[in-house]
Design a protein around this ligand. Structure first.
Ligand SMILES: [Zn+2]
Length: 372
């Protein structure tokens, strides 16, 4: 408890929490305004610019680097204004009574390391705790916070839903851990340019990936509890230091394990980000090919799209997209099994495919803990 008083980063987050609330109100107003605009002008081919603003999207990156924990530093990919006070280039930091830092004033804004007036960057480095995603623009504050971060020193939040010797996935409810989930969503904005939300986290569940025995999150996907289409995934991101390890495939596969348990034929919220599409195409292609060549539909001379969808749990529209991508669908939407066979052979030969005898790529069924 007392630790929080000495935690320089907590102050920032309290301010952020208020800011998120303020922003939600602002968004409600702008949604209303937008509705009336759309009513007057019914044909709009492109996403209006103010819709991007609604999600805090900027045209170019505005934070140069993220320092994630004390030893990982990398560039941001996308610009976002969600970390900043409305209409300013200051982080959402308001109260700093007990900190050795001068408060920025209107006349003399505090200069950030490495930024100049000419720079397009609003901030050179955002320092983010790699355990709880709280943030600051002062390195020393992150160092001090890390020493006392509750999520570093205690168990991560949420309930374990998968635990293999290598990986653990925890389900974290936005309604229960709203501050953690809000900070996570803000961080995500730096690496995804889609319309991912960063408020109303109570409507979402977050499935967070850890290395078993370690408290550092490596990536996550979110699930919209109010999804009208019953999508099994809203947003997915593997954090930059942990990419290129097939962890996206692990989470995608896990999302389908959850929906299969409910007997749902489903898929991710569309449109997918470019990286998301690559990840899904890999998963869908391999699973479809597995079922056709080695799985439940093997030894069949013809297979319908509907059968393939029911067997894999993948939506028919996604099956069609995948088969077109593999060039295994003719103009009358008939599946060319021979072509799939050849593609699968090539995958096996090039060792790009690692699907096991149970049709799993990364998940090991015996470690699933999803039956509640
Ligand atoms: Zn922390």
């Amino acid at each position: 408890m007392d630790n929080e008083k000495n935690d320089p980063v907590v102050t920032n987050i309290v301010a952020t929490k208020d800011k998120v609330t303020t922003r939600v109100l602002a968004i409600k107003r702008s949604k209303k305004a937008k509705k009336s605009k759309v009513a007057k002008k019914t044909v709009q081919k492109k996403l209006p610019k103010d819709e991007n603003e609604l999600y805090g999207i900027l045209d170019e990156p505005n934070i140069n680097y993220v320092q994630f924990g004390v030893d990982k530093r990398f560039h941001t990919w996308y610009g976002t204004n969600v970390y900043f006070e409305n209409g300013s280039r200051d982080l959402g930091i308001v109260i700093e009574n007990n900190l050795n830092r001068e408060s920025p004033t209107k006349k003399e804004p505090m200069k950030k390391k490495g930024t100049s007036e000419k720079s397009k960057m609003w901030l050179d480095t955002l320092f983010v705790c790699e355990y709880c995603f709280k943030y600051t623009d002062i390195e020393q504050h992150l160092i001090e916070h890390t020493k006392i971060c509750k999520l570093k020193n205690n168990c991560p939040p949420g309930k374990i839903k998968y635990k293999s010797p290598k990986y653990t996935i925890r389900r974290i409810k936005g309604s229960k851990h709203s501050l953690f989930c809000q900070c996570l969503c803000l961080f995500t904005k730096l690496f995804l340019d889609n319309k991912s939300m960063y408020f109303k986290v109570e409507n979402y569940e977050f499935y967070m990936l850890y290395e078993t025995g370690d408290n550092k999150p490596m990536g996550f996907f979110s699930k919209d509890l109010l999804s009208y289409q019953q999508n099994n995934l809203a947003c997915i991101l593997i954090f930059p230091p942990y990419q290129r390890r097939q962890l996206g495939t692990l989470l995608i596969e896990f999302s389908y394990k959850l929906s299969r348990l409910q007997s749902l034929i489903t898929g991710p919220e569309l449109p997918l980000s470019p990286f998301g599409l690559i990840g899904y195409m890999y998963y869908w292609s391999n699973l479809i090919a597995y079922e056709v060549i080695d799985g439940q539909l093997s030894n069949r001379s013809t297979i319908s799209l509907n059968e393939l969808s029911l067997t894999t749990g993948i939506r028919t529209s996604d099956v069609v997209m995948t088969l077109k991508h593999l060039d295994c669908l003719d103009t009358k939407n008939r599946i060319n099994i021979q072509m799939i066979r050849e593609w699968f052979k090539k995958q096996k030969a090039s060792k790009k495919q690692t699907i096991d005898n149970a049709g799993n790529i990364m998940i090991e069924d015996e470690y699933l803990l999803i039956d509640d």
